[in-house]
Design a protein around this ligand. Structure first.
Ligand code: IPD
Length: 264
């Protein structure tokens, strides 16, 4: 089993450092739940703090690389071919509500292609990772593969649904209706990067979502591919990471989902 490469080691170090701070913040969020105002401002600050830590760590290791981050947007470096794509907390709503299902997602894009990705869940101490052509792993040693289950009735399918608007809501309802007619075991967990990682680890047979941002999608996209899964934009656009939608799964469930979503 290959050990982690220097580039992935850098990504893991940054995620673990931010993860330690986020875990402390997450415990604090639980105390803020009962306050009238709730923990919204506190969580926004935690999100920014996490991003700053990741930014500093990655910058220190590769000073010339560029960034695309959820909170700060694009930060151009001297080297525009290498871009770190960072989501400092994916599953912010869960985090804010004290639900222990959120993660940090970091990908490295080289000349518009995702070359490496990690998804780190500090609460469950799970780290999903992949590098192009090197397979996908959970933690140091466990190679992961997509599920071999093809039965529609028992397939676990995650759906994501981000910031709502009336038009998107209509599509969401229609698609959910169509998919659930054949695949009733639909789940909505609230962290896109973990949904994709769970597809890669064979915990879910499929996943789809519209309204995604590149930082939600980039690392998980590669992890699914390297685990032998299929993943694409729903409408078959050129670069799925920037397309706003993804559908993923093992081969059979992916094909079924695509067909169904097209017909919806
Ligand atoms: C969100 C989560 C959620 C998904 C949304 C994303 P954030 O990311 O991944 O599951 O449904 O589309 O925006 O805002 O928590 O980083």
């Amino acid at each position: 089993m290959p050990s982690t490469s220097p580039i992935v080691t850098i990504m893991i170090r940054a995620a673990e450092k931010a993860g330690r701070v986020l875990l402390r913040d997450f415990n604090e969020v639980e105390n803020l739940q009962v306050s009238r105002k709730g923990p919204a401002d506190f969580v926004t600050a935690a999100d920014k703090r996490s991003e700053e830590i990741i930014f500093e760590e990655l910058k220190k290791a590769r000073p010339t690389y560029s960034f695309l981050m959820e909170e700060s947007g694009e930060v151009e470096g001297e080297d525009k071919d290498h871009v770190w794509i960072v989501d400092p907390i994916d599953g912010t709503h869960n985090f804010m509500h004290g639900i222990p299902h959120w993660c940090i997602s970091i990908a490295l894009e080289v000349k518009s292609r995702i070359e490496a990705g990690i998804v780190y869940d500090p609460v469950k101490e799970e780290l999903f990772r992949a590098e192009r052509s090197s397979g996908a792993f959970l933690g140091q040693h466990r190679r992961i593969r997509v599920s071999g289950r093809n039965e529609l009735e028992s397939a676990s399918i995650a759906i994501g649904y981000g910031k709502p608007n009336p038009e998107k809501h209509k599509v969401f309802i229609e698609e959910t209706k169509m998919v659930s007619a054949t695949c009733p075991m639909i789940r909505r967990f609230g962290a896109a990067a973990l949904d994709l990682s769970y597809v890669a680890a064979g915990r879910l047979e499929g996943y789809w979502e519209r309204g995604l941002k590149p930082w939600d999608a980039a690392a998980g996209y590669l992890i699914v591919k390297e685990a032998g899964g299929f993943v694409n934009s729903i409408d078959n656009e050129d670069n799925p990471i920037y397309s706003d939608s993804l559908v993923a799964g093992n081969e059979a469930i992916y094909n079924h989902l695509r067909k169904t979503l097209k017909a919806a």
